[in-house]
Design a protein around this ligand. Structure first.
Ligand SMILES: Cc1cc2nc3c(=O)[nH]c(=O)nc-3n(C[C@H](O)[C@H](O)[C@H](O)COP(=O)(O)O)c2cc1C
Length: 361
């Protein structure tokens, strides 16, 4: 069998991808210490199996902000998909739909909000980088009209994150493969802080006048629920709960923006303790196994997202490859659930995970 785990997909994708594109996808900020930490901290956790329980019938399904998904793994918003694969976000959204899960379309997608909505069969969120009030209003309204079910505002890019491999490779975006949703508004792309700037593109937008005080303005643009992505601290999670945010993604952007921060699995427990049921909590950054999914859920996540693995799936086989990547995670998660004695995701609880004593929980 050529592909058994996500690591097999990663190896094959690396072989098939041009070096500079690979570095763009795989790379992280500065010394990439947090990127390694994202995965290694999962390895410090252990699971407690529970036997002699009838787990013959297991239900992996759940809901996120009211949308049904077949298991609690979703596809994270990630720019560059169309430069990586000709079908880009179309293929990814189709693959997510085939696995009956949710796809979050990035602001900078090569295909437009509507083009993706036309082919997608599963629920969609629209990820927003706020660069300018007028553009945000334009995009948010289109997402609602096209049937997206939430706005996912990414907040962890106050300035451009230094991915040094991209700088060394002089990695260049191919402009017409990005920002498909603004193809009809070339003037917007020329604006300072918005327009294409080599590889960094939208990721350079940075601070642009959106603060906690102005979240109400963003919410007033749409009736869609608001998810805030990039939360790392109890303080910011509590601020989200107090400002009427519906969900948070505990994420460090796959360590692509800022190095030397804690991994997300380390911060999840204290965040979920602090905000509890006041909003839905999701996690990304470093999920590579079904057991990682179960651990995140045991520590308070309602679901998780994967970022880099979507590119591995695309390389391997477009939409089918994305579905295969998700199917592998689903089978692994199902197995972990059965060994821990759970019949459904609602039964998962903290007692199934051992947390090292030096973690600050
Ligand atoms: C190539 C690439 C591009 C990304 N672009 C975006 C983006 O445009 N917006 C965003 O919110 N997150 C972006 N991310 C971060 C992902 O949404 C997610 O937080 C991260 O990939 C999760 O970590 P993982 O790759 O270890 O699964 C990107 C990630 C990758 C790998």
């Amino acid at each position: 069998m050529e592909v058994v785990s996500l690591r097999d997909l990663e190896r094959i994708a690396r072989e098939r991808t041009a070096r500079d594109m690979w570095d763009f996808i795989d790379g992280a900020a500065f010394d990439e210490i947090s990127k390694r930490r994202n995965e290694s901290k999962f390895e410090e956790l252990t699971l407690n199996p529970s036997y002699l329980i009838d787990v013959a019938n297991r239900d992996l399904s759940t809901t996120v902000l009211g949308e049904n998904i077949s298991f609690p793994v979703m596809i994270a918003p990630a720019g560059g998909q169309r430069q990586h694969h000709p079908k880009g976000e179309l293929a990814t959204s189709i693959g997510a739909g085939m696995a009956d899960t949710l796809y979050a379309l990035p602001t900078s997608s090569g295909y437009s909000i509507e083009e993706v909505a036309q082919v997608a069969t599963g629920p969609l969120w629209f990820q927003l980088y706020h660069s300018d009030d007028e553009i945000t209003e334009y995009l948010v309204k289109r997402a609602k009209l096209a049937g997206y079910s939430a706005i996912c505002l990414t907040v962890d890019v106050p300035t451009y994150g230094a991915k040094e491999k991209d700088l060394r490779n002089d990695f260049k975006r191919i402009d017409n493969l990005h920002n498909g949703s603004l193809r009809d508004r070339p003037a917007y792309l020329k604006r300072k802080d918005v327009g294409p700037r080599d590889f960094a593109d939208w990721e350079t937008t940075g601070y642009s006048g959106l603060t906690w005080e102005r979240l109400d303005w963003l919410k007033s643009l749409t009736s869609l629920p608001l998810v805030v992505k990039g939360i790392r601290t109890v303080r910011d999670a509590v601020m989200c709960a107090e400002n009427g945010v519906d969900g948070i993604v505990v994420s460090n952007h796959g360590a692509r923006q800022f190095d030397r921060t804690l991994s997300t699995i380390e911060t999840l427990g204290s965040i979920s303790k602090a905000v509890g049921d006041r909003l839905e909590i999701y996690l990304d950054s470093g999920i590579r196994r079904g057991s990682d999914v179960l651990m995140a859920m045991a520590l308070g996540a309602r679901g998780v997202f994967v970022g880099r693995p979507l590119f591995w799936g695309l390389s391997y086989g477009g939409a089918e490859g994305v579905k295969l990547m998700l199917d592998i995670l689903k089978a692994e998660f199902d197995r972990a659930l059965s060994y821990c004695g759970f019949r459904s995701v609602s039964e998962i609880n903290r007692s199934s995970v051992n947390i090292p004593s030096n973690w600050s929980y």
